[in-house]
Design a binder for this molecule. Structure first.
Ligand code: PFF
Length: 449
């Protein structure tokens, strides 16, 4: 492994790295988006397509970030400056931009989850859908929302400021097991609900023909979801693997991360749908508020729904926190490594800037939706596309060589070549298609002159 010769912190254990990456992957994307995308797109058939994408697109793509991070031992901006030529050298800045845009609204949505946890504790969920929509209008935007956005950023600051081992790694070791255990417990509780069996057949039984009939929408949404949920296209996995102290089997680590992320996403559906079916709230709808309005009103109609809803939303907030720290780390690592700025000052400055940048989406949900569509549909996919294309076509020999380190199997050379071709063709093709569709969608939503 080569490094830039800068003294940097490293993960203290392999589990620390894997859990931190799982913490980044498991977030609002798994809870807020996955079950709804899955249900709208044919349930079990979507699950199959999604799992196929996770293996064929997600795994090869996550490995591209891992090899560049481990090989260079640097933050995304400097890593690209090191391995890139010409304009590619500036690609790391796109990651910084994407991270900044996503984080500014991610912390606003995370603030909503904290408020919904508190509303549950106070037993204040509206029991009707119209009441829940009214409630969301108060929670979703306004001065209090700005306050919770600030509170969330203070929590993020508190963890990232402590550094890689004492901050991010320790937090992930505590948070990820808590998230998984609580979600499994809640899924067990959900089996006891009246609407459970109806919910399972809605969520899990295949709708024959749904995938073939709607493949043009299912394919990009499965690909986009696979990218967002694995935190790809941001440089997060690159920066996390840059803190690896030794060569290990990245394919194994990547598979564990993908497996746990998928288990969490599927489990969340096993909680949400029984609650919605029992509460009589239709599991459809779109928009950033859908998780909050439909679920809170369904919880509002269940006995002990307030307390259980509080546990659920608090778990979502923890998942958002473990993801948010990884987003901030992308920029902090650059300022610390390259600009020599002390970690505390760098983290404080970024959290402060994000606070200001997030005020607009905190007071206007439509703007938040626009940020989300632009970041998720365009920036993430563009960054992922340029990065995977560069690594697999222009930096292929180094990438294949780096991947083979730590793989003891005698076929590691062939495995690495095979991986490069998976990135070159299926991953890049899927990203090109998703980018075209994403740009078309954002264009369609923009107000035209
Ligand atoms: N993977 C996170 C989720 O599914 O919510 C979102 C995310 C977190 C994306 C951190 C990117 C990132 F850097």
């Amino acid at each position: 492994m080569s490094s830039a010769g800068i003294s940097r912190e490293q993960w203290s254990t392999r589990a620390g790295f894997v859990l931190a990456a799982v913490g980044s992957a498991v977030g609002l994307g798994n809870i807020w988006r996955f079950p709804f995308v899955a249900a709208e797109s044919g349930g079990a058939e979507f699950l199959l397509v999604y799992i196929l994408f996770i293996c064929l697109v997600g795994l090869p793509a996550i490995l591209t970030e891992f090899v560049v991070g481990r090989k260079t031992g640097r933050n995304p901006v400097s890593a690209l400056q090191e391995i890139g030529s010409g304009l590619w050298r500036y690609l790391g800045w796109l990651f910084v931009l994407t991270t900044f845009v996503v984080m500014s609204y991610y912390s606003v949505v995370a603030g909503w989850t904290v408020r919904y946890a508190l509303l549950g504790l106070e037993g204040q969920y509206a029991a009707s859908m119209s009441g829940a929509e009214q409630q969301f209008l108060q929670v979703g935007q306004g001065i209090q929302t700005v306050g919770f956005h600030a509170l969330f950023l203070v929590l993020v600051f508190g963890i990232v400021d402590l550094g890689v081992q004492r901050g991010i790694e320790l937090a992930a070791k505590l948070m990820v097991p808590v998230i998984v255990l609580i979600l499994i417990g809640l899924a067990g509780w959900a089996t006891t609900l009246e609407g459970a069996s109806e919910a399972y057949s809605f969520y899990l039984s295949p709708e024959l023909g749904a995938v073939t009939a709607h493949w043009t929408s299912i394919v990009p949404s499965a690909a986009g979801q696979a990218f967002f949920t694995l935190s790809l296209g941001f440089g997060v996995m690159l920066v996390y693997s840059s803190y690896l102290g030794e060569d290990r089997n990245l394919v194994t680590d990547g598979s564990i991360i993908l497996g746990l992320d998928t288990v969490v996403a599927v489990t969340v559906g096993l909680i949400i749908f029984p609650v919605l079916f029992t509460g009589g709230t239709p599991p459809g709808g779109q928009g950033v508020e859908v998780l909050f309005t439909s679920l809170s009103s369904a919880f509002g109609g269940l006995s002990a729904g307030g307390a259980i809803g509080a546990v659920f939303f608090a778990t979502v907030a923890i998942a958002a926190l473990s993801s948010a720290i990884s987003l901030i780390e992308v920029i902090v690592s650059y300022l610390v490594d390259e600009r020599g700025i002390p970690r505390r000052r760098a983290t404080g400055a970024i959290c402060g800037a994000l606070f200001v940048f997030g005020i607009a989406p905190a007071v206007d949900t439509d703007l938040l939706e626009l940020y989300d569509g632009f970041a998720d549909g365009v920036l993430v996919v563009l960054g992922g596309l340029l990065f995977t294309a560069y690594v697999s076509w222009m930096w292929a020999d180094e990438a294949a060589e780096e991947l083979s380190h730590g793989i003891t199997n005698s076929n590691s050379g062939r495995l690495s070549r095979c991986w490069i071709w998976l990135v070159r063709v299926p991953v890049v093709t899927v990203l090109v298609v998703s980018l075209v569709l994403g740009v078309a969608e954002v264009w369609g939503e923009c107000p035209h002159i």
